[in-house]
Design a protein around this ligand. Structure first.
Ligand code: FUL
Length: 496
């Protein structure tokens, strides 16, 4: 009898705990509608790569020039120990998701046996004219699960037809060859630079056809140029995206190169831009784009600054790491990248926000995909835990009419941090135009530690180092209801 009563008691206790864990949920509202232009699935996947590696390699690696003349003998290109597997392993260890190779720079030399040219690896003595860097690198990337991309300069100082309508046909065939023989590419990089002076040959490029054919042959490739259409130049080569950075851009009436919008516009985007053209920050780990014996890689501190000014400002970072004249990435660069990785991991491995209890001023009631934290959320909105659950596609959002709101994290023990990471759920567009961060001091008064504008895919705000039990992120102004999928708090002891 006693045993039965005990069993009954345990059962009832279990049921009541269950009921507490899963209180009846209010009926979910419809998910927020997309706002403004939104990215394609390929653009979202691209932005989520965050950091890719650029490899400038070609005759300039052997001559020390930044812009080759196009008249260099093919035999100049003669790497003694080329190993693309080494490039890929350097990239992987540093945490790069993809590699983009300069298949043809302005000098016109092709790193693959392009049938449209007589200025290629085929004409060089390297591997008796049998070598193909595109083949080696694309295969090495495939083997290691690193994505492969191609840079091809439209400006060509070697092509005999350059400066005539015929060149556009040659360039289309060149693209076709590169786009059909080396598997799928994640990005096609079109350089806008064109250094020919008033007496030089001027080419009127057929961008419509270049982009159209690329889209047809490589539908998942994001096309880079100063003005996209897939992603845009950030407007400088110093690794600095705008503190305000919209992924929207007006492209009508503009084009790559001399026809591009101002560098300031590229840096910040257009508030009301009609197209989704996110910024890509291309910068070199060394002073030049090509390897030179006399130059050396940037310090970890400089690389971290670049990271915060690019990935941390709604941009993708394309960091150039040039292979040397052996065809290998020098040890000093690869070591520096490992140090950079270690620094990033040490900063971002511990998200202090995950230790907090969250309250919000408003929440849209949405269907929760999964929520291991719901148990802790008796008084709050379980939706806000989507901000820390690590699932990209789960987000917290406000009711349609609510365009300003706060999110508060409170901790049992004081937490010390100096980086605040925010992410908008960009598949639904970019919305936030003003926000600030406040902390509560020991006397219970609140103090603003950062005031910023846009968030976008990812925003990392650098603050003073603070120790507090309460942090509030206040979205002051959003252009539609707020949709955030992450808030994180971190301590950076490397760059402080
Ligand atoms: C520029 C080029 O002129 C540089 O040589 C380099 O390739 C850089 C990435 O783009 O426009």
């Amino acid at each position: 009898m006693k045993r039965t009563a005990l069993l009954l008691f345990i059962c009832l206790l279990g049921i009541s705990i269950q009921a507490q864990k899963h209180p009846p949920q209010p009926k979910p509202a419809a998910p927020p509608k997309p706002y403004g232009p939104v990215p394609t699935a390929a653009q979202v996947a691209w932005q989520r790569m965050e950091m890719n590696m650029f490899c400038h390699f070609g005759p300039n690696t052997f001559t020390g020039l930044e812009w080759g003349e196009g008249t260099e003998a093919e035999d100049i290109f003669n790497p003694t120990a080329l190993d693309c597997n080494q490039w890929v392993s350097v990239a992987k260890n540093a945490g790069f998701q993809g590699i983009i190779l300069t298949a043809k720079h302005h000098d016109g030399f092709c790193l693959w046996p392009n049938p449209q040219s007589t200025h290629t690896v085929r004409e060089s003595a390297w591997r008796n004219g049998q070598g193909d860097v595109l083949k080696e690198l694309s295969e090495a990337c495939n083997r290691e699960g690193v994505k492969f991309g191609i840079y091809i300069s439209p400006w060509d100082r070697n092509a005999p037809t350059y400066g005539t309508p015929e060149y556009n046909k040659v360039f289309l065939k060149t693209l076709r060859h590169a786009h059909t023989n080396y598997g799928s590419i994640f990005e096609q990089w079109f350089d806008g630079a064109n250094g020919e002076g008033p007496n030089g040959k001027k080419q009127v490029y057929d961008w419509k056809k270049f982009n159209g054919q690329t889209k047809k042959l490589q539908p998942n490739a994001v096309i880079f140029s100063d003005v996209g259409p897939g992603c845009r130049w950030v407007g400088n080569e110093e690794g600095r995206c705008g503190r305000t950075c919209w992924s929207r851009l007006d492209v009508k009436g503009y084009g790559p190169g001399a026809d591009a919008p101002s560098q300031d516009t590229l840096n910040a985007g257009n508030y009301n831009g009609a197209c989704w053209v996110p910024a890509e920050t291309d910068v070199s780990i060394r002073p030049g784009w090509f390897w030179r014996e006399s130059e050396h890689p940037k310090s970890v501190q400089e690389l971290l600054k670049i990271y915060y000014n690019s990935v941390g400002r709604n941009s993708l970072l394309l960091l150039n790491v040039p292979p040397d004249n052996r065809g290998l990435i020098p040890a000093e660069d690869s070591l520096r990248l490992v140090e950079f990785r270690v620094a990033l991991d040490s900063i971002f491995a511990h998200d202090l926000a995950k230790k907090g209890a969250i309250t919000v001023s408003n929440t849209r009631v949405i269907r929760l995909k999964h929520n291991p934290f719901v148990f802790y959320c008796e008084n709050g909105a379980p939706e806000c835990y989507n901000l820390i659950d690590g699932d990209y596609d789960s987000y917290w959002s406000t009711d349609d009419s609510v365009r300003s709101a706060w999110i508060e994290f409170s901790f049992i023990k004081p937490q010390t941090f100096n980086r605040v990471m925010l992410q908008e759920y960009i598949p639904l567009g970019q919305r936030v135009e003003k926000f600030h961060v406040e902390v509560e001091d020991e006397n219970g008064s609140w103090r603003t530690i950062a005031e910023e504008t846009t968030i976008g895919y990812k925003r990392i705000v650098l603050t003073e180092t603070v120790t507090t039990k309460k942090v509030r992120v206040v979205i002051d102004k959003s252009r539609a209801c707020i949709v955030l999928n992450r808030i994180g708090l971190f301590l950076d002891n490397v760059l402080d």
